[in-house]
Design a protein around this ligand. Structure first.
Ligand code: HEC
Ligand code: HEC
Length: 174
């Protein structure tokens, strides 16, 4: 089995065990933990080199079930229905799962009044995001220095402005 197939296979086992409530060695609730089953580990091949289809399988089979557990452990009620859409936004299919999703909460740059406002409005969430979610996402992708900006926009979407000249893509590294 390739690494991707393994991940999908484990994902399917998880789905089946979640529905069937079959015999399970982990947990008394009869549910296998995705974190225990797969671990918060990087993909077998470098994330940047994976095809979009493989990325999608990896999201479905591993990232989503593990993140669901992390979010539910933080607030079971609020994140009972946690799914792709919580990270990718309602428009996820239209924008081909590009991240950060423009509809996500905007995390203002550090040192700005907006950032201080966020810290005082959402102290608990920011702590959870900084200490749990951001490092876990970095590990799951095998990407170093993953930041809030990997999931949250850092400024409001700019209106498309006809006056802004289009820049030619640079071809220096061809
Ligand atoms: C916890 C947040 C989170 C959840 C939940 C999540 N994703 Fe993702 N996903 C990301 C991030 C972050 C990236 C971009 C990683 C990068 O390349 O920097 C991504 C990338 C992708 C990509 C690749 C897009 C591209 O063109 O490179 C696809 C496809 C995708 N996700 C599909 C899904 C699907 C389907 C689900 C639900 C089963 C899902 N994701 C759940 C965070 C999430
Ligand atoms: C892997 C993706 C991911 C990363 C990285 C991430 N977040 Fe989040 N964040 C989310 C998701 C998903 C939610 C919940 C959105 C929802 O409720 O649907 C959220 C919610 C929030 C909220 C609450 C917004 C609201 O309206 O309730 C704040 C504040 C926040 N994040 C700040 C941060 C900060 C600061 C960082 C970096 C330290 C960060 N996030 C990193 C995915 C991420």
């Amino acid at each position: 089995m390739t690494g991707i197939m393994k991940v999908v296979a484990v994902g399917l086992v998880l789905l089946l065990s979640a529905c069937g409530g079959s015999k399970s060695t982990t947990g008394s609730a009869g549910k296998m933990s995705a974190i225990e089953a797969m671990g918060i580990t990087p993909p077998d091949s470098p994330w940047e080199e994976m095809s979009v289809a493989d990325k999608e399988f990896y999201m479905i089979g591993k990232v989503n079930p593990i993140m669901k557990e992390l979010f539910a452990a933080h607030d079971a009620e609020e994140f009972a229905e946690f799914d792709c859409v919580d990270c990718h936004g309602e428009e996820m299919r239209e924008i081909d799962f590009k991240m950060p999703a423009p509809s996500m909460y905007i995390v203002p740059p550090e040192g700005t009044p907006g950032h201080r406002g966020m810290m005082s409005t959402f102290p608990e969430t920011v702590k959870f995001m900084a200490e749990t979610i951001t490092p876990a996402m970095g590990k799951l992708l095998g990407v170093e220095n993953f930041t809030c900006a990997g999931c949250h926009p850092s400024e409001a979407r700019k209106k498309k402005n006809a006056a802004t000249p289009k820049r030619k893509p640079s071809k220096t590294n061809g």
